[in-house]
Design a protein around this ligand. Structure first.
Ligand code: GAR
Length: 192
């Protein structure tokens, strides 16, 4: 995580109420003060602040991050609002184990402020719907990779930007849990 952690909360809740057959073993934030850290602590999950120092390169930071994450032996690493671009120094250590949530459809609005940019495109008559996706992170391309699941979110004429944000967030909370459960089921069946 890097911030609010509302998606983390959806995962923690689903794990607790049995919708999701998985445990969150640790939550790592690159930002101190991220609200999501408090959510993790409340759920009794280790909450680790792990910022990049100015002196170190992205690769050195990512290798340190990989060492930290490896120590928890995760079956899956979920980028749930993790807003730092990862290099192969991290990605290469966990092949097919990293997934990312993005508040737009595949091939659209990669990077930050995706919902705002989709809304601006709607106002410009360029799109009439947007969406949410969960995909594997296999390389350094931003918000791109084999899609695990996606969901279209139509933009209704009466929507404000705030309305669209609320719709997208509600949609991603569901899609993220559903996608993780899909992968957990595959792992249990021995397909992953
Ligand atoms: C979510 O909308 C997530 O899809 C987005 O950051 C937000 C985090 O919200 N991620 C990206 O834009 C990745 N490019 P949260 O901290 O409340 O879960």
């Amino acid at each position: 995580i890097s911030g609010n952690g509302s998606n983390l909360q959806a995962v923690l809740d689903a794990s607790r109420n049995g919708t999701l057959d998985a445990d969150v073993v640790a939550v790592v934030s690159n930002k101190a003060g991220a609200v999501g850290l408090e959510r993790a602590k409340k759920a009794g999950v280790p909450a680790i602040v792990f910022p990049k120092s100015k002196e170190e390169t992205r690769e050195v930071y990512d290798a340190r991050l990989a060492d930290l994450v490896e120590g928890y032996h995760p079956d899956l690493i979920v980028l749930a609002g993790w807003m730092r671009l990862l290099t192969m120094a991290f990605i290469g250590r966990f092949p097919k184990k990293i997934i990312n949530l993005h508040p737009a459809l595949p091939g659209t609005f990669a990077g930050v402020n995706a919902i705002e940019r989709a809304y601006a495109a709607y106002e410009n008559f360029e799109i009439c719907s947007t969406g949410v996706m969960v995909h594997y992170v296999l390389d350094e391309s931003v918000d791109q990779g084999p899609v695990i699941d996606q969901q279209v979110v139509p933009i209704e004429p009466e929507y404000t930007l705030h309305d669209l944000e609320a719709k997208i967030h509600a949609c991603e909370h569901e899609l993220l849990v559903k996608s993780i459960q899909q992968l957990v089921t595959q792992m249990e069946d021995g397909h992953a």
